[in-house]
Design a protein around this ligand. Structure first.
Ligand SMILES: NC(=O)c1ccc[n+]([C@@H]2O[C@H](COP(=O)([O-])OP(=O)(O)OC[C@H]3O[C@@H](n4cnc5c(N)ncnc54)[C@H](OP(=O)(O)O)[C@@H]3O)[C@@H](O)[C@H]2O)c1
Ligand SMILES: [Zn+2]
Length: 373
């Protein structure tokens, strides 16, 4: 019997509030307020949109947070959508030093998960589900386990150690950062990002003012592997197979989780109006279980609107539940305004752009007006 595919990891949203000088708190025993009511209300909504909320053991010890959705209206919306009233609470500890009377365990009736090395957290067995994710726990394994438990969206609420690990490991998809107009100026205080934070490419996607608090939204640009480059080059080369055409010449490759090629396609294959992604997907049976962990490589951004066929390639990819897209060239607005990347990301699909390979794609498309290699 074929092995069941590993369910996709959750989409990870980091949320933090920091002072102007980058601190999460001051060094006193009481928590420094870095937020206001409007900001709290937005974070409450982020909680309500999540399947699970994770904080590090340091935050459970320092802040004793309840980690509950506060708004009755948002809780009603969750129930109406068939979800549990409260997201699952998740924490990670190496030492197991957590008090079973902490509000993390006692407040509300949400399910609780503690990722800890075996035997260090036996005193929590009655108040939470203990999960071994390695010694010390590894974030990749935690995310795999959460995915297997049906968690599609994870909100990470700190503290600094945990945020630093998620960002450095390239395991965060989005960051919401609230910046309060106060300074802490005390090197003993915890920072949002610790030393050793590996730089990642963050793209600023929104800036808003909530009273005196500035809210910054970032997307973390995912990074390609050597295999991604190889498979994307294969997709780009497939554009040479396209029949002469007045539209985009595109190639696409669908691979399984281990990188093996499941199907390939190019524009105009089968039907002159077919797009490359569509031609490749048409070669795979609907509901093929390998699609749940597959990647689709396309030389061009998947289209988001088209005149020729009822479904856009973006819709076809989402319908096939493919969790990852790798592409070289953002569609220029020659025919329609392209929103493929935005629509895919909004639906929780991971999109990796490799613009370094875009010149090769343009070279195959110089028959189009205004396109230069
Ligand atoms: N302003 C904000 O938005 C905000 C939000 C949250 C927290 N905070 C502040 O942040 C401070 C706490 O930050 P922090 O950096 O000390 O704590 P943290 O990130 O919440 O937790 C760190 C702890 O989590 C455990 N841990 C994390 N990753 C682990 C791994 N991969 N393997 C094993 N254990 C792991 C370890 O626990 P063990 O020590 O048990 O092994 C580690 O000491 C507090 O002052 C809090 O007020 C502020
Ligand atoms: Zn298309």
């Amino acid at each position: 019997m074929a092995e069941a595919p590993t369910p996709a990891r959750p989409h990870v949203v980091l949320s933090a509030a920091q002072s102007l000088d980058g601190y999460l708190d001051d060094a006193s025993g009481t928590r420094l307020l870095l937020s206001n009511e409007d900001d709290f209300a937005e974070v409450d909504r982020l909680r309500a949109e999540a399947d699970a909320i994770l904080v590090g053991a340091g935050t459970v010890r320092a802040d004793d947070p309840r980690l509950l959705v506060r708004s009755a209206e948002l809780r009603r919306e969750r129930r109406a959508a068939g979800e549990p009233e409260q997201p699952v609470k998740v924490t990670v500890t190496g030492s197991g030093e957590l008090d079973p009377h902490a509000q993390f365990f006692t407040a509300g009736d949400a399910a609780k998960l503690v990722y800890a090395p075996p035997s260090v957290a036996e005193h929590l067995r009655d108040v939470a589900t203990l999960v071994d994710a390695g010694t010390p726990p590894e974030l990749e394994r935690i995310l795999d386990d959460l995915g297997a438990r049906g968690v599609r969206r994870l909100l990470v609420e700190g503290g600094g150690t945990v945020h630093t690990q998620f960002l450095s490991a390239g395991l965060a998809d989005e960051l919401r950062l609230a910046v309060a107009p106060v300074t802490v100026g005390d090197p003993r205080a915890p920072r949002f990002l610790g030393p050793g934070a590996v730089p990642r490419t963050l793209r600023l996607t929104g800036v808003r003012k909530l009273g005196d608090v500035a809210v910054l939204h970032y997307r973390v640009a995912a990074e390609p592997s050597a295999l991604d480059l190889l498979r994307l080059r294969q997709a780009i080369a497939l554009a040479d197979e396209c029949p002469p055409s007045s539209t985009f010449r595109v190639g696409a490759v669908v691979t399984a989780a281990d990188g093996t090629v499941l199907a390939t396609g190019h524009s105009g294959e089968g039907d002159p109006l077919n797009h490359a992604e569509e031609a490749a997907l048409a070669k795979l049976p609907a509901g093929d279980p390998r699609l749940a962990t597959a990647t689709i490589y396309s030389s061009l951004e998947p289209c988001s609107a088209r005149a020729s066929h009822p479904l856009s390639c973006t819709q076809l990819i989402l319908a096939a539940a493919i969790p990852r897209v790798v592409m070289a060239w953002r569609e220029p607005s020659l025919f329609v305004d392209a929103e493929g990347v935005e629509q895919l990301m909004a639906a929780g699909c991971r999109v990796i752009e490799i613009p370094a390979l875009a010149p090769e794609v343009r070279r195959a498309n110089t028959h189009l007006p205004g396109v230069r290699p």
